[in-house]
Design a protein around this ligand. Structure first.
Ligand code: CP
Ligand code: NVA
Length: 305
C-alpha cells in the first residue's frame, strides 16, 4: 500500500482486497486491543469542515490501534491565517507520525503530502472522499459476498466528492455504476473517462431508468459542505432525484446506501432511510473497521523500514 491515501487512484485492486479482508478481521476482533501497529505514534487530525462519523471513527480507531490522535481545528492553526501548507507539512512532520485531513481544496492535501515526510490520509475534500468509498465497497462485499458485476446506482449530485470517488471505486472494484443527475450536474468527463480498473461508469439522466435491476441505490446530500450559497437552487434542481418509495418500487431488490449525514425529506425520505432495505448504519459502523485496516496496512509497511 502507498504511503498516502489521497484518492481511490492511490489504491490497487490487491490493496482493496487486503483492506476488505483485514477490515473483516478487525471487525470480528474488536475490543481485544492486542494488535497495536500505532503504538507510540501520534496522528494529527486536521479538520476544516464539520464531521461526526469521520472524526469519531478515526479518533477511536487510532486509539484502538495503540496510537495517540490529536484533533486539530484548521481555523485555529497558523495555516488558517497565512502560513503556507508546505511549511505546515514540514513542521508537522517533525512532531507527528501521520496526518488525517478534511479540508476544502484537494490541492492543499496534495501539497501537504508532497512537502511532508509522513503519511497523509484524505478524510474528505471538495473533490474526493476515498475513506468513505473504501468503506462502501467493504459494506457491499459484506452483503453480496462479491464486488465484480454488482450494479450500483448513484442518484443526485454527480459532481460532488462522493460521486467522484464512487466512480473511481466502482472502476477499481469491477462494479457497473450508473449515475443519474440533472444534465448540468453530470459527472466530470475527466473522472468518468479515467482509464482505471475493470468496472464501468455511465450517466443516465432518468432516475427511474437508471435504477432498473440495481443491486444498490446510493445517494448523498444535495448541498455539500462549501456549496451553501447555492442551496436554494440545488434543492429545486435535484428534486426529481429524491430516493423515495416510487424510486425504490422501480428497483425491488436494491439495498439503500447513503454516506450520511442524511438530510431527510431532501435527497432521501424517512421511509427510505428507515426501510429494512437500508444499510446506511452498517456503512457508518464500517467506517471504523475500514479506517483501522487502512491505517494498519500503511503503518505495517512503515514499521518494517
Ligand atoms: N460520511 C461522513 O464522512 O460523515 P461525516 O461528515 O459525519 O464525517
Ligand atoms: N458530499 C458531502 C459528503 C459528506 C460526508 C459533503 O461534502 O458535504
Amino acid at each position: 500500500m502507498k504511503r498516502n491515501l489521497l484518492s481511490i487512484e492511490d489504491i490497487t485492486r490487491t490493496d482493496l482486497d487486503r483492506i476488505i479482508e483485514f477490515s473483516a478481521e478487525l471487525k470480528q476482533q474488536r475490543g481485544q486491543m492486542t494488535y497495536t501497529p500505532l503504538l507510540g505514534k501520534s496522528i494529527g487530525m486536521i479538520f476544516a469542515k464539520s464531521s461526526t462519523r469521520t472524526r469519531i471513527s478515526f479518533e477511536v480507531g487510532i486509539r484502538e490501534l495503540g496510537g495517540n490522535p490529536l484533533y486539530l481545528e484548521q481555523s485555529k492553526m497558523q495555516v488558517g491565517r497565512g502560513e503556507s501548507v508546505a511549511d505546515t507539512a514540514k513542521v508537522l512532520s517533525r512532531y507527528l507520525h501521520g496526518i488525517v485531513i478534511r479540508t476544502y481544496k484537494h490541492e492543499d492535501v496534495i501539497d501537504l503530502a508532497e512537502n511532508g515526510s509522513i503519511p497523509v490520509i484524505n478524510a474528505l475534500t471538495d473533490a474526493f472522499h476515498p475513506c468513505q468509498v473504501l468503506t462502501d465497497l467493504f459494506t457491499i462485499y459484506e452483503f453480496s459476498r462479491k464486488l465484480d458485476g454488482i450494479k450500483l446506482v448513484f442518484v443526485g449530485d454527480a459532481q460532488c466528492n462522493m460521486a467522484n470517488s464512487l466512480i473511481l471505486g466502482a472502476k477499481l472494484a469491477g462494479i457497473e455504476l450508473v449515475i443519474s443527475s440533472p444534465e448540468e450536474f453530470k459527472p466530470s468527463d475527466k473522472i468518468i473517462n479515467a482509464p482505471f480498473g475493470t468496472g464501468s461508469a455511465h450517466w443516465e439522466p432518468d432516475p427511474l431508468k437508471a435504477v432498473e435491476s440495481a443491486d444498490y441505490i446510493y445517494t448523498d446530500v444535495w448541498v455539500s459542505m462549501g456549496c451553501e450559497d447555492e442551496a436554494e437552487y440545488r434543492l429545486k434542481v435535484f428534486r426529481p432525484y429524491q430516493v423515495n418509495s416510487k424510486l425504490l418500487d422501480a428497483a425491488p431488490e436494491a439495498r439503500i446506501m447513503h454516506c450520511l449525514p442524511a438530510h431527510r425529506g431532501e435527497e432521501i425520505t424517512d421511509a427510505a432511510v428507515d426501510s429494512p432495505r437500508s444499510i446506511v448504519f452498517d456503512q457508518a459502523e464500517n467506517r471504523l473497521h475500514v479506517q483501522k485496516a487502512i491505517l494498519s496496512l500503511i503503518f505495517e509497511e512503515i514499521n518494517k523500514q
